[in-house]
Design a protein around this ligand. Structure first.
Ligand code: AR6
Length: 182
């Protein structure tokens, strides 16, 4: 599924983030920027050790923010490491922190002139964020960023498996109807 927001496109695909040919891919990182499991593990395995070496120079990356490195052997040129929140009960600032992680990664794209980026579904694996809620927050944040800035021209959400894809599709249909997007 795809929607246009001005000149920009927001696209949902089911797939693997490591295989994307966008200029940048986003990693679901932790504050220590130490390679873990899930998307993070897959990106470091596929991209090679230079990504972790470069990330180490930043030290720590607080929840809700993001940093950028090269992408080693991946097709993308850059990896943007964004740290989403661990989900507790939704009353500990999780929605704001999750939105902030997406916005931080998108702001890095603007600063660097990166015009296509692929995101995984931040926080919905090891960090336990319920998918339907996380999908709404992710998509709302991306849509409002694209409305304001018109860039990056392509934002692709890469969903791992049918369940994740369907949760995002449902959320995007609702938001697109409400905001008159097609
Ligand atoms: N491509 C796209 N999505 C994927 C892939 C992939 N190759 N593999 C998993 N997913 P997670 P988090 C989906 O756990 O919840 C790490 O240990 C997965 O199905 O990767 O933000 C880090 O080091 C899920 O929907 O990230 C952190 O410590 C989504 O990606 C912590 O996990 C996110 O799952 C971050 O946890």
């Amino acid at each position: 599924m795809k929607v246009k927001i001005g000149e920009a496109v927001l696209e949902l695909v089911e797939g693997d983030i490591t295989q994307q040919d966008t200029e940048a891919i986003v990693n679901a990182a932790n504050e220590q920027l130490i390679p873990g499991g899930g998307v993070d593990g897959a990106i470091h395995r596929a991209g090679g050790p230079s990504i972790a070496e470069e990330a180490r120079k930043y030290g720590r990356c607080p929840t809700g923010s993001a940093v950028i490195t090269g992408a080693g052997n991946l097709k993308a040129k850059y990896v943007i490491h964004a740290v989403g929140p661990r989900y507790r009960d939704g009353k500990h600032g999780e929605p704001e922190l999750l939105a902030s992680a997406y916005r931080s990664a998108l702001n890095i794209c603007l600063e660097k002139g990166i015009d296509s980026v692929a995101f995984p579904s931040l926080s919905t694996g090891a960090y336990g964020y319920p998918l339907p809620e996380a999908a709404r927050i992710a998509l709302k944040t991306i849509i409002s960023f694209l409305k304001e800035h018109g860039r990056p021209r392509l934002v692709r959400m890469v969903l791992f498996g049918k369940e994740a894809y369907q949760a995002y599709e449902e959320a995007l249909k609702e938001l697109a109807a409400r905001e008159g997007l097609s």
